[in-house]
Design a protein around this ligand. Structure first.
Ligand SMILES: [Zn+2]
Length: 319
């Protein structure tokens, strides 16, 4: 639950519901882009699959881990990033699947990342499932605004409205993510973000050109080119710590955008789109976590040589 910043009321309400085992079949997660809908969807899905009783979602049991890493077989994303709308065929496919019992989880959770892009036929098909769902089925509908869905769908769902963050929360998070940027730049981006972290992050990386090394990293990662990655990392061992941190941070940004691409959001960089098309969410997430660990080590004074060496092992691009 700590993964979702701000939104105290929403979080405490949900924590109480989780602890009491009161989970609805359908949630509507509403908020503008960058407000935390995707994070909240994963928390909800983890709470539904977690086996730790009162501490749901514990975040550490095998079921939670699989959900948070995007590899749980019973947590299904209903989307086709190549198409503009969520078609009735996609919903029918989910409907055929929903009556097959969960593989290993307690529930079958269907995440519809851009529910507002369902046309009327798709929404009506979804409504049919929502009217008589199997006990174990749950639907998480993500939308920019609740009013973009049919009233009949809204009335069957629990609305979770995401709120803006406080300036203190937002700035602290931006400082953590962009250690190389000065405070004034962070404050300016925050000012324009209307309190939604994802929008501030977009503003801070907008128009930012990817370093040539970032392009090479994305290429190697997308192509599973282990030799290419080694050739990229070896000369980086001689770079200064202060140069390496922003570079690796940019690689992390590309991978987080690649994850967004896989849930149907536009990727601003071609490099991110390429990675999103060629690697699964779980693969990108693993690489992202390795890079995050590398940045932490550098901030903790580890030598660039040691960190680049470790990355060659951690970023096993060929698996
Ligand atoms: Zn758990």
């Amino acid at each position: 639950m700590e993964r979702l910043l701000g939104n105290e009321r929403l979080r405490s309400g949900l924590s109480a519901a989780f602890a009491a085992g009161r989970l609805s079949h359908c949630y509507l997660l509403a908020g503008p882009p960058g407000s935390g809908k995707h994070t909240l969807a994963l928390i909800l899905a983890a709470a539904m699959e977690c086996t730790e009783g009162a501490r749901r979602p514990c975040g550490v049991c095998p079921q939670c881990r699989k959900v948070l890493d995007g590899v749980h077989p019973d947590v299904v994303t209903v989307d086709d990033p190549a198409r503009k709308i969520i078609s009735v065929e996609l919903i029918r496919k989910a409907r055929a699947d929903v009556y097959i019992k969960p593989n290993e989880g307690l529930r079958k959770v269907y995440i519809i990342p851009r529910a507002m892009d369902m046309n009327a036929a798709a929404q009506n098909a979804l409504l049919k499932i929502m009217e008589e769902p199997p006990d174990y089925a749950a639907f998480l509908l993500l939308t920019d605004g609740a009013q973009r869905l049919l009233p009949t769908i809204r009335s069957r769902s629990v609305l979770l409205q995401l709120s803006p963050l406080s300036e203190r929360e937002g700035l602290a998070e931006l400082e953590r993510r962009f250690p190389q940027k000065d405070r004034a730049a962070l404050a300016a981006a925050w000012e324009r973000s209307e309190g939604f972290l994802g929008q501030a992050v977009l503003l801070l990386t907008e128009g930012e050109h990817l370093a040539p090394e970032t392009q090479s990293f994305s290429d190697c990662f997308a192509r599973r080119d282990r030799l290419g990655l080694t050739e990229l990392l070896v000369p980086l061992e001689r770079r200064k710590r202060e140069e390496l941190i922003p570079l690796l941070t940019q690689w992390i940004e590309v991978l987080s955008q690649a994850l967004a691409v896989r849930t149907g959001q536009p990727g601003r960089w071609e490099a991110a789109q390429r990675v999103g098309r060629s690697r699964t969410s779980a693969e990108s997430l693993r690489a992202l976590q390795s890079l995050g660990r590398a940045v932490e080590l550098l901030q903790g004074n580890a030598s660039p040589g040691a960190v680049c060496g470790a990355l060659q092992v951690w970023l096993d691009v060929s698996d």
